[in-house]
Ligand binder design. Sequence first.
Ligand code: MF3
Ligand code: CO
Length: 278
Amino acid sequence: MVYVKSKRELELMRQSGKLVAKVLMSLANAAVPGTKLIELDQLAEEMTLSFGAKPSFKGYIGYKHTLCASVNEQVVHGIPSDRTLNDGDIIGLDFGLSYQGFHGDSAITVAVGNVSDEAKELMKITKASLYAGIDAARPGNTIRDVAQAIEATIKPHGFGIVREFVGHGIGQKLHEDPQVPNYASGASNLKLKPGMTIAIEPMVNRGTHKVKVLADRWTAVTEDGQLSAHYEHTIAITEGEPEILTAWENVLDDTNTQVLITHLKERSKYGQRGPNPA
Ligand code: MF3
Ligand code: CO
């Protein structure tokens, strides 16, 4: 069942999307050498609660954190831990919240310090495929057109498009119909209509498209250990241009981020919050 959102519902989606963008930009700024993944998770949770919003992932089929943080060969659903980011890492930051009953969901892959040209190329092409998919999300087009646009962007580079995880409708639930695969052969011919809201999220590997899930039962990694990148936006289909609801592109650098990080570090030092908040 695909829900078409009313004007009022779209306005609420717009508000939650903006908050998602703010959090993600702060996380991107905080993802520097020396930062621990758990600190990013704490920052995400702190900001979410300060907005009067709720983390979408925490408690979702037993997931215990606010953020998914996937480093290097990790594809998606990396669990924030005490792991420290190193110069040269790339990290996929995947985050969602609900505000006034509506979810926003977005992901960005960022370079930690100086990264290889291979990593930069992978990030650039994966991001380009997201925008190609968004551009195809217009009334009259189908889910398959979106998938085709993503696939056509990746193909010439010979990278692997992940098949096990797909984009999704989004609204009062984090995951709604329809599924939004990143390759045409897996996609439906459902026609897009104004008022539909979907999360488009290509995951692209430098090598094989194949992934495996680690013993923690969440972290998906590339089967061959090569790098993977992930970008995601929540968008609304409109009569005209697709509207990017989680547009981090428009959010200015958050100068409070360093202050917040220091604050969180101090607090965890005094043991008021451990690495695995219940
Ligand atoms: N953006 C991802 C998705 O839509 C994140 C979900 S993680 C979970 O599937 F913890 F919520 F499962
Ligand atoms: Co998603």
